[in-house]
Design a protein around this ligand. Structure first.
Ligand SMILES: NC(=O)c1ccc[n+]([C@@H]2O[C@H](COP(=O)([O-])OP(=O)(O)OC[C@H]3O[C@@H](n4cnc5c(N)ncnc54)[C@H](OP(=O)(O)O)[C@@H]3O)[C@@H](O)[C@H]2O)c1
Length: 291
């Protein structure tokens, strides 16, 4: 039995669908299980204790975290510690999600799992501390660092660009931050493979779709597919700007490419190109629109 936490989040929703499609027995919780409270975790835990706890909760508002430091740390660090302690006490395994924002983005060849971390913002620091809390409380853990998640629901760049293409005559998007857009459903499928593994390998793994792009070029690809799939009717100008021209509360890494060979070799999961994941995501958006 798997216990999925954060079932209403972007990743949690697709993971629940993929667990169901794979016919894996699971129990899922949303906000009713407040992961920042040990009592709430105990009160909402399934009985008998799960073999895996999959933590898809998170404080993910990167800019707001700069002013809501305690709230970000409560979910990203304290809850991770509570869940690891719960797992240690119940002989459960924990799969926990983390981020490329634990790195500073100065490494031009990308980051392996062993690369030194240097978070540049509150979100990244709280996620890095959450990783550490998991490692120190529980040997049977899998930490997956991922990046630039998108899906057909939730708050994400793809749906934001689709809305802006409808609302505005011209878009301006930063072109000096590079990363690997990752379809949340591809990550969910990798998680299902790990949770179904007879003898899981523990530790920290990177998982993204393959290839890299900038936010600007990502937006241009979204527009191309939107026109093809009938999600947008008019070609808009998408202007490239620098991060300096679009200041945000949180500093973001400029080149946070995650190198993902370790998870591919260990678990045999597919790392398909990011534009293929985007295409599937947008086909699902289009199917929903025409329903
Ligand atoms: N999105 C990305 O680009 C990205 C990139 C790298 C890593 N990650 C990591 O991947 C994981 C999933 O991200 P996501 O994008 O799916 O996040 P998300 O859409 O923001 O979902 C997070 C979920 O956590 C829930 N939550 C927040 N505080 C909670 C609490 N105290 N108790 C119980 N549930 C709580 C939220 O509930 P409400 O819906 O009620 O707010 C939400 O459903 C996170 O760990 C995130 O840090 C995400």
């Amino acid at each position: 039995m798997i216990w999925l936490l954060g079932r209403r989040g972007m990743l949690g929703r697709v993971l629940e669908q993929e667990l169901s499609a794979a016919q894996m027995p699971y129990h899922s919780s949303g906000r009713e299980c407040d992961v920042t409270s040990e009592e709430s975790i105990s009160a909402n835990a399934p009985n008998p204790a799960p073999r895996w706890v999959i933590n898809c909760t998170g404080y993910t508002a990167v800019d707001t975290a700069e002013s809501e430091v305690n709230a970000a740390w409560a979910v990203n660090q304290r809850a991770a510690a509570h869940l690891a302690q719960y797992c240690a006490a119940h002989s459960s395994r924990l799969l926990h999600l983390s981020t490329d924002y634990v790195f500073d983005g100065s490494e031009s060849k990308g980051y392996t799992e062993a690369a030194p971390i240097a978070p540049q913002n509150v979100y990244g620091a709280s996620k890095a501390a959450g990783e550490q809390a998991v490692r120190s409380a529980l040997a049977q853990h899998v930490i997956i660092r991922t990046a630039w998640l998108h899906a057909e629901h939730g708050r994400n760049f793809v749906l934001t660009v689709l809305r802006l293409l409808r609302e505005r005559g011209e878009l301006t998007i930063v072109d000096d931050q590079h990363g690997s857009p990752t379809y949340a459903r591809d990550l969910a499928r990798a998680i299902v493979a790990i949770a179904g593994s007879a003898q899981p390998a523990y530790g920290t793994f990177h998982y993204t779709n393959s290839g890299e792009t900038s936010w600007h070029d990502f937006a241009c690809q979204i527009q191309d597919y939107a026109l093809e799939l009938g999600l947008s009717s008019r070609l808009r100008t998408i202007r490239a700007i620098s991060s300096a021209q679009f200041p945000t509360a949180a500093v973001r890494p400029t080149y946070s490419l995650l190198l993902c060979e370790h998870i591919a070799q260990t678990y045999g999961v597919e790392l398909r190109p990011w534009h293929q994941g985007l295409r599937e995501c947008m086909e699902r958006v289009a199917a929903r629109v025409t329903e």
